[in-house]
Ligand binder design. Structure first.
Ligand SMILES: [Mn+2]
Length: 268
């Protein structure tokens, strides 16, 4: 595949769903997390998205109930379109991974789970698109999602997915899983789907568009409440629009998304 003719594509990007976060208790709050993901699925279907990206922490932990696994598999299958999961620190793919507890490949064959310890590229020939991601494999605090990201391949659209903290002036430097503006800017990607933050935020990344979708439903009372629709346009432009997951929620256009500049660590 060498053609550079870019198809118009529509992507729905979510993260930090945290399914099963309350499974150990009896609070019933799990219902809200599940409803939020159902809203994401409904949105992706209504938008007729070409691809769905889940940028980590889809599950809250590896001990979630069987019924949570069943819910997740059934909703992922209901998407009925290419879906990629880049596991985060809560749903890593290392030993005792939640993803080893059920046969996702059979239950939801539309889903691609990034498992590579050193990162891997998934290719969607029909979309003329590749997406690279390095998954969390265990809770290594010095894990750097985009360190050493390979150059983009020859596909019309090249994306990346990662789960960690974008380092900006307001961030604490001891935060784990660092993501640098310089890494994103040098990635050469058209879009980088980020996860780990509950707040939907676009971040500085040079020519690349990079954004946190925010949580579908925030833990601890924070209400995420949006998913990002990312339009990859044939003229090369990329626009992220926040779409509400609840009735009455607001649509936030690309220019109005919360935006953060990165921090130049060399200048400190
Ligand atoms: Mn996380």
């Amino acid at each position: 595949m060498t053609t550079k003719l870019r198809p118009n594509l529509k992507i729905v990007h979510t993260s930090d769903v945290h399914l099963g976060a309350y499974d150990a208790g009896n609070s019933g709050d799990s219902v809200h997390l599940e409803e939020a993901f159902t809203a994401v699925v409904n949105l992706a279907i209504a938008e007729d998205a070409d691809l769905v990206i889940i940028a980590g922490d889809f599950f809250d932990n590896s001990r979630v109930k069987e019924t949570t696994l069943e819910f997740a598999a059934s909703e992922l299958a209901r998407l009925n379109r290419p879906t990629i999961i880049g596991p985060g620190n809560h749903d890593h793919v290392g030993p005792y991974s939640v993803y080893d507890r059920f046969d996702l490949a059979t239950l939801a064959p539309n889903v691609t789970l990034l498992r590579g310890r050193d990162g891997e590229t998934a290719v969607f020939e029909d979309l003329n698109l590749e997406i690279w991601g390095r998954s969390h494999t265990e809770t290594l605090m010095d894990f750097s999602p985009f360190e050493g990201i390979p150059e983009r391949g020859d596909y019309a659209w090249s994306l990346a997915v990662g789960h960690g903290h974008f380092i900006h002036p307001k961030a604490l430097l001891h935060h784990s899983f660092h993501i640098l503006e310089s890494e994103l800017a040098a990635s050469g990607r058209d879009y980088v789907a980020l996860g780990h933050w509950e707040q939907m935020t676009r971040v500085a990344a040079g020519e690349t568009v990079a954004a946190y979708s925010g949580a579908s439903e925030g833990l601890g009372g924070h209400n995420g409440g949006h998913a990002l629709r990312v339009n990859l346009n044939s003229d090369g432009t990329v626009r992220a629009t926040a779409l509400p997951l609840q009735e009455g929620g607001s649509i936030i256009e690309h220019e109005d998304l919360p935006f953060l500049e990165g921090l130049d660590l060399n200048s400190l």
